[in-house]
Design a protein around this ligand. Structure first.
Ligand SMILES: O=C(O)CCC(=O)C(=O)O
Length: 248
């Protein structure tokens, strides 16, 4: 599938692009069913709400199922979905490569126990020679503000910020005067099963906690251009898969 020039411009201007009704709904249902099994059994590796919040609470609410690529065939099918290859190649202007070090995850927002994710750029914890990385977010069901939909700040991937605009965890501070003005420009689009959001590694985004009674379960993985190399001996220096090389 090819993007239109308008979609390409939209991605480069805003730092994100929404592809409505992109993934096959049967595949989404199959992914969701498997994700629910892994979540119910809390199959490792996971990221828990408690470790994310660093609040000393020893109970475990799954926030993210990590390293999902090798867990189930349907997860692998989505992460190597041929329909997206040309799109990623166009936006990355390079051969798309799946990185298994980061994201590679099922992201959840559990009712009541979920936390807000503060404004941040994904590149904050990643170690590459440049920022030519794009994350692929898949809605497996309805996503809207009340259950923790992602919101984005258009154009933020191209902006220069001061160190003072972030806290010690590289969260973009809500209350900093410069940030407050910028945060007013945030946008969101409700998502349905099969909708995809592609977003640049430096695009500021956040998501509120889920205040509904139903879990929100989404899939997120990250790709990079072949020429974007990880810095040696960092946690980004890990397994990668050139997407065109996948044979099924
Ligand atoms: O759903 C969330 O809380 C945010 C997830 C996120 O920001 C990410 O995976 O990069």
């Amino acid at each position: 599938m090819q993007l239109t020039q308008t979609q390409i411009n939209e991605f480069h201007t805003n730092g994100f692009l929404i592809l409505k009704n992109f993934a096959d709904s049967h595949l989404c249902e199959a992914i969701l069913a498997k994700a629910k099994e892994h979540l119910a059994a809390k199959i490792a590796p996971i990221e828990s709400e408690q470790e994310y919040l660093q609040n000393g609470d020893t109970s475990v609410t799954v926030r993210r199922l990590r390293q999902v690529f090798g867990r189930e065939e349907v997860f692998k099918m989505w992460m190597t979905y041929p329909k997206i290859h040309t799109i990623l190649r166009t936006l990355l202007n390079d051969t798309p490569v799946l990185i298994l070090a980061h994201h590679n995850s099922i992201m959840t927002k559990m009712p009541k126990e979920s936390s807000r994710t503060s404004w941040h750029q994904d590149a904050r914890y990643w170690h590459y020679e440049n920022d030519n990385l794009i994350s692929v977010w898949l809605a497996l069901d309805e996503e809207y503000l009340e259950n923790g939909l992602l919101e984005f700040i258009p154009g933020s991937h191209k902006m220069a910020f001061n160190k003072e605009q972030f806290d010690e965890h590289s969260n973009f501070l809500d209350e900093h005067p410069l940030n407050k003005e910028l945060i007013k420009t945030k946008v969101h689009t409700n998502l349905s099963r099969g909708d995809v959001v592609l977003f640049h590694s430096k695009t500021l985004h956040h998501a509120n906690k889920n205040i509904t009674d139903t879990p929100k379960i989404s899939f997120v993985y990250t790709t990079k251009g072949l020429h974007t190399k990880p810095i040696k001996n960092t946690r980004s220096d890990y397994d990668e898969i050139i997407l065109e090389e996948i044979k099924r």
